[in-house]
Design a protein around this ligand. Structure first.
Ligand code: UDP
Length: 248
């Protein structure tokens, strides 16, 4: 897989179908694998956090989950063709698991949202083996959560605890959990269960999902301030790299 490094984060430039193929192969492996779906907000967090840089280095694949990353890749002269989002990967890999007799574990979201997501998925895929646990647990409960996941032996673990908590959780416990593939999926459980609506197709096609989320949840404004900071930092880094290349 070719890589585009944006502000120190090595993104895969593979298309969604290529990433899906890799993920399906991971699900059949005996070794554990870890996929991160990262947008500009995540990239801005990595810059300030050494521990998060270690978490990144333990990931097998980091996908561009945000139009900001796709646009920035063009500035670096290494264009990524499309976004590969956590919610899309989750839905497609769940369908694959259902068709192939594999099992899935979903960790995250409120109890209500999780139960809605589980029943939606069971209805959609009657052959699917899926279990889950809500994402609100104390430090003292972590070992119980790990053994419950281990006991179910899923091929696919989807973790929606918000970023970067979910990535830290996966990186710390991946070996103990022994799951072939773990992916951080942010708020995807809420989207699947219908407690949070995904942006209408118009916003998705116009690459304005971030604007839709901002209009629906104005409290995200503070978080979305990371977007212009990201654009500025990536633009300057890309420009200096391009300048460096032309003087060499
Ligand atoms: N969440 C959770 N446990 C926590 C904090 C958050 O399970 O302790 C869940 C929350 O209910 C939501 C998801 O994590 O389903 C975070 O969604 P968000 O859209 O904020 O994801 P992000 O943008 O951080 O990827």
């Amino acid at each position: 897989m070719s890589i585009v490094e944006v502000l120190g984060v090595p993104f895969s430039s593979a298309s969604e179908s290529e990433v899906l193929m890799t993920c399906k192969a991971f699900m059949q492996d005996t070794q554990p694998h870890f996929v991160i779906t990262a947008g500009p907000e995540f990239v801005m967090k990595v810059g300030k956090d050494r521990n998060l840089q270690e978490v990144l280095s333990s990931a097998d694949v980091i996908t561009p989950d945000g139009i900001g990353i796709v646009i920035a890749s063009r500035w670096y002269g290494q264009p990524i063709t499309e976004r590969v989002t956590g919610v899309d990967l989750a839905q497609k890999l769940i369908a694959y698991a259902a068709q192939n007799g594999m099992s899935v574990y979903m960790l995250g979201a409120s109890e209500d949202s999780l139960q809605k997501a589980l029943s939606t998925l069971r209805e959609l895929h009657p052959t699917l083996h899926i279990e889950g646990r809500n994402g609100y647990f104390k430090e003292a409960e972590v070992s119980g959560v790990i053994s419950s996941i281990r006991g179910k032996a899923p091929q696919l673990l989807l973790v929606g605890l918000g970023q970067p908590a979910q990535e830290r959780f996966i990186a710390t416990h991946l070996e103990e959990m022994g799951v072939p593939l773990a992916i951080g999926i942010g708020g995807a459980i809420d989207v699947i269960g219908g407690t949070v609506k995904r942006a209408p197709v118009f916003f998705q096609k116009a690459k304005l999902e971030w604007l839709y989320r901002l209009l629906k949840e104005p409290t995200r404004m503070r978080r979305q301030m990371a977007l212009p900071r990201f654009a500025l930092a990536a633009w300057s880094e890309a420009k200096s790299q391009v300048r460096g290349r032309s003087t060499n």
